[in-house]
Design a protein around this ligand. Structure first.
Ligand code: OXD
Ligand code: MN
Length: 599
């Protein structure tokens, strides 16, 4: 069966599908039309083969469960490549392969990889279908799990082909699970050909090609050519009682609570002010200058692919509510009663359950060495429609997205960075993004406390030379008349006893409130060597009693620590090669001077 005849007259597209089918040799080709009927058939088929398991439909309607291969549970940065003709265009931030060699090697892995399987053709739009902000991709895959996830994460189906018409302007995305051999796993990006090839993986981040691969790596390259920004940022709206909504975009390295911030619930103490929070996106923002001289942003996705462990009614009640229906759970604990559970979730684990590897499991189960065995894989995930989020913004489907008032960068710094500070200028703001860093937590492999630079949270996702990316940010500032202000936040500062100084979660709204005041030319601040700092009385602290002295500690800037930081940033900039823009280097020099002058 090949329902392509009914789906598309686009010769270029059909020729490419045929060419890829001739390589992968599927038994049949099925085009995804986006209908509920076809989705239901695919679910039923995947349940028959065991690729997914139907969960308890009374408790979790429309929800399914999937396990990946045990050796295929996360993005594989060492197998991820940017394949540009010239190595320096990929930059020191990327693994590089020569495009011809990369195609040749991977073609060997794809050859015959879909024998006896179906090749699904998924036309998808990143961004609202037909919006001038949006990009079209076509993913070919031999995985129903991928199809079902793409139907949640993207706008997929026939209407995308209608918008594409006879155009050649689409990202060619080829995926095959092949035999999941980790040695022959490759996630290849060919920005100069608008093409992605992913082989030998079935894990979301490597195979839902609309997400990191298209919306960040390929899109960042396109954005540089076309004069916009593709960013690893959440977007949220803060509505005041008078109905005015201000939108902010924010980038954080992993393990900084990005999804939680995107769905924040105002704290009790600020409730009387009547704020409402609207979630536009939790992971990716595409940002463009508009005719009003402002930057406008869309979330190109329409679903969440979130980390399950740690998601609970305290950390993120909106996420918990979002995943009660129509959700795919991957690698979490599976109860015999068809429910799911994960570490630091809500309630007790189901009495009779299996861990993510399918072994009988109970909480507290220990291995031979007496070490506790987690039931859910630490990177286990939920895939859920954004519209189910109680705080979902009504502007998610808007063709022009939302105007951005503030851009926020963040990091996890136990000692160095104050709770919040504001950049002195756009270029200084770009420096803040370029020097972003987090300290390794106990949960991460490696030396605890070690500082890892992750500029703009884009280190694994920038599809070209990071130094050129910084330059592009500098240029974007020149291109817009009313650029947003840029801030840096740190929710993770600790006192001398190692206790967090700031409660985080919903209380972060107090910081956002100050950020928006600053955008309006209000909000109390003093100038410091690192930027504008709030005065200790700048926040509305109604209903939040911090121990005496905490606010001073939260806002403290230690010049010596910052001088060390400047040295460390300089070493990092040197590692990015000779294309580092002088504007960003100048910001570093200016910071050093200000620190020197302040003594
Ligand atoms: C993600 C990531 O999965 O950033 O969003 O790794
Ligand atoms: Mn992400």
């Amino acid at each position: 069966m090949n329902n392509g005849d009914m789906m598309s007259n686009n010769r270029i597209l059909r020729n490419w599908v045929e060419e890829m089918a001739a390589l992968c040799l599927p038994e049949k080709i099925v085009w995804i039309d986006g209908s509920d009927e076809q989705r239901d058939q695919l679910r039923a088929e995947a349940c028959r083969t065991g690729e997914i398991i139907e969960l308890n439909q009374e408790i979790l309607p429309g929800c399914y469960y999937h396990r990946t291969d045990p050796l295929d549970v996360a993005r594989v940065e060492d197998k991820t490549f940017i394949c540009t003709r010239r190595e320096q265009d990929a930059g020191t931030n990327n693994n590089w392969k020569n495009p011809e060699e990369a195609y040749m090697e991977a073609a060997n892995f794809f050859r015959g990889s879909m024998r006896g399987r179906t090749m699904y053709v998924i036309p998808f739009s990143m961004g609202p279908v037909g919006s001038p902000f949006s990009k079209i991709g076509i993913e070919l895959t031999d995985s129903i799990y991928v199809v079902l996830n793409m139907l949640i994460m993207t706008r997929a189906g026939r209407e995308v082909l209608d918008v594409l018409g006879s155009s050649n302007d689409f990202t060619r995305c080829l995926h095959s699970k092949a035999d999941l051999d980790p040695e022959r796993r490759r996630i290849l990006h060919f920005p100069e050909d608008n093409t992605i090839w992913s082989v030998n993986s079935g894990y979301g981040g490597n195979v839902l090609l609309g997400k990191k691969c298209l919306s960040l790596r390929i899109a960042s390259y396109l954005a540089k050519q076309e004069g916009w920004l593709a960013e690893h940022m959440l977007i949220l709206g803060i509505e005041e009682p008078n109905g005015k909504i201000d939108y902010v975009a924010a980038a954080f390295p992993s393990a900084c609570g990005k999804t939680n911030l995107a769905m924040l619930i105002p704290p009790e103490g600020l409730k009387s002010k009547g704020y409402r929070i609207w979630t536009v996106g939790d992971d990716i923002a595409w940002i463009r200058p508009d005719t009003d001289g402002r930057l406008w942003a869309i979330n190109p996705e329409q679903g969440f692919f979130g980390v399950a462990p740690g998601t609970n009614l305290k950390s993120n009640p909106n996420a918990v509510k979002t995943v009660q229906a129509n959700t795919i759970f991957t690698n979490v604990v599976l109860g015999k009663d068809g429910t799911v559970w994960w570490e630091e979730g809500d309630g007790d684990a189901p009495a009779d359950s299996e861990d993510w590897l399918g072994r009988p499991w109970h909480p507290g189960k220990k291995d031979d060495k007496g070490k506790e065995i987690p039931g859910a894989q630490p990177n286990s995930r939920f895939t859920a429609p954004i519209q189910q989020c109680p705080s979902a913004s009504h502007r998610i489907g808007h063709h022009h997205g939302v105007p951005i008032s503030a851009i926020i960068f963040g990091g996890r710094r136990e000692r160095l960075a104050p709770l919040v500070y504001e950049s002195l200028s756009w270029n200084h703001g770009v420096y803040l993004g370029a020097s972003m860093a987090s300290e390794r937590t106990a949960a991460q492999y490696g030396k605890q406390g070690e500082v890892r630079r992750d500029p703009f949270a884009m280190l694994p996702f920038c599809g070209y030379n990071m130094a050129d990316y910084f330059k592009h940010w500098i240029q974007m500032g020149r291109a817009v008349k009313n650029a947003p202000k840029i801030f840096h936040v740190n929710w993770f500062r600790k006192d001398d006893e190692g206790k967090f100084l700031w409660p985080g979660f919903g209380e972060n709204l107090r910081v956002l409130e100050w950020v928006l005041q600053r955008c309006r030319g209000e909000g109390k601040a003093i100038e410091s060597p690192i930027g504008y700092l709030p005065t200790p009385d700048a926040f509305d602290m109604t209903g939040l009693d911090l121990p005496k002295g905490s606010m001073d500690q939260l806002l403290d800037v230690n010049n010596n620590d910052w001088k060390d930081e400047a040295m460390s940033v300089e070493t990092f900039f040197d590692s990015l090669g000779p294309r580092m823009p002088w504007e960003v280097r100048n910001e570093l020099e200016a910071l050093k001077r200000r620190l020197e002058q302040a003594k």
